[in-house]
Design a protein around this ligand. Sequence first.
Ligand code: GAL
Length: 658
Amino acid sequence: MHVGCDYYPEHWPTETWEGTAKAMRRAGFNVVRLAEFAWTFLEPEEGVYDFALFDQAIGILGRHGLKVILGTPTAVMPAWMARTYPETLAVNQGQRVEWGVRKQNCATSPAYRRFSERITRAMAAHYARNPNVIGWQTDNEFGYAHAGPCQCGSCRQGWHDWLRRRYASLEALNAAWGTHFWGLTYRAWAEIPIPVDFGTHNPSACLDWQRYGSWLQVRFQAEQVRVLREVCPGHFITHNFMGYHDTLDYYELAKDLDFVSWDNYPVWGGKVEVNYGASGAADLMRGLKRKNFWIMETTAGPGGWGEFGRNVRPGELRKVALHQVAHGADGLLWFRWRTCTVGREQYWHGLLGHDNKPGRRYREAAATAADCRKLAPLLADTTVKAKVAIIYDYDSLWATKIQKSFAQNSWIHHVGLHQAALQRAGVNLDMVRPDADLSGYRLVIAPQLHVLPDAIAQRLNAYVKAGGVLLTGFRTGVKDASNRCHVRTLPGLLAESLGVHADEYESLGDAGYALRGSAAFPGNYTADCYADWLTADSAEPLLMHTAWHMRGYAALTRNRHGKGWGYYLGANIKEPGFYDQLIAEVLRAAKVRPLITPPAGVEISVREGAGRKLVFIINHLEEPVTMPVPAGKLDALTGRRTGATLRLDRFGVAVLRW
Ligand code: GAL
């Protein structure tokens, strides 16, 4: 297993490098990532390459047993490039951005793409046979754009070309976008605007613009990947993704890579909160290629660029790291080794402080590296194998960003309500694309599957008919792939599985309306933000509206279809506890049971394979927890066997062999 940190030798005097490498080795590290912002050192003048600094640094690291992942350095363009080729800088609202931070380039600029190819090729050729270099990270965090999406002439031309390839004819584009509305019909490709304002432009144009922006980054990466594969066939290629980041189709970005890595910074705010966001994001990162992933950056101390957040509590740095291992991380790097004394990230704290003294956080990282060494042989060939899937769909996410439907709507938050409830129930899940093979899952949850092409609806119906359990609900099936409303009563084709139809629907604003449960689903809840006026046709109503104007309409239903069940949630529910009851109900219908039901604040994640099963039990709380577990299970970290209960320290993690 690879464990280490992100390191910037270019920030520190050469005399410190040897001591740093030794201290990393003492911590038990075996890998570092270098160079993703180092273009100016590697190509100080156009076409003049200089690898001396990194050769020396890699040589020293290598002597101390540290392997290197190199970033292609294209996240920051050198000053000479901006000066000599201003067209490499992005344009925002008609203005070229002022050079001076990172991620400011135009993604279509032929000059930038040529320079990116050349530096990638030069680095690849130089390091192809360096025994200490094992792999590459393309660029840094694609999608994070300081300049926003570029609107220069070259990007506009690229947009028109992309549309031409997609639609072939203007007639087809006009039809797909419905440009007869407001009389916005195009009679020449050059007339098509960049839909900068998602609040006023045609939603179909906006969705295509989002797709085009995503495709540009995927193509930019592909150009580097092509060179790296050709010149360094022995090296792996990855990229540092950003979890729930929402501007790129991450499934597409992941396709060209050997594995996904991601940057996980879950420690924010002033107090410890149990937040399952890092669990869901990890499941999405594993879902992109249906494969384990790496953590390329993670919390090493307080983070911030001007103000900084709280510090990691004792035990928390280890918990944050092992939590990701539990979800499928096979590599783990802390950001960063040492806190920088200069530049924008002086307050983004590394394992070591400004004073370079190995302290508590360094010792904890070293202890975590030791844990990973213990776990490594057991983790080999294991991954998370889930019986439950959540459909994570970028088209639906984007379409609901372009038109939220109701003021409080956040697609990712809505997905998170279901995902966190599964986590609280102690059940692992996969995040999968809408056209994934669902046959291995007993339960599929599709929150706000807003963009629903007919083929996907038919697959979902077939899945239910064959015995699957589907949970979906409001704002599902509203749009087709062009982001036009379907000409159907909601939930469209899925009515076959769900046995309901929405006569009407509305946003509820600040109002809350009481719901009454049933014998099958007891409890009183409140609909807020949004409600369908839902008629149960063949379905059984589980929750009913009681407000006079919605009386007789259902808010939650279940329907037998073939051998399976279709559940429909027709309202946003105010009480967070509702989602626990809902998830318990659908898990019961799907006959999925957790190995252990965790107490509040404790998470269970299982890695299995090669005849082994490892049950991670993770305490997210800053209080110790004692919980019942089966007796006699061996804790792979402590070497002790469980009694009838397990005690976890504050932020404690146990890994039980099952
Ligand atoms: C990450 C980025 C790093 C560093 C870190 C802290 O998103 O990849 O380069 O900036 O955040 O701000």
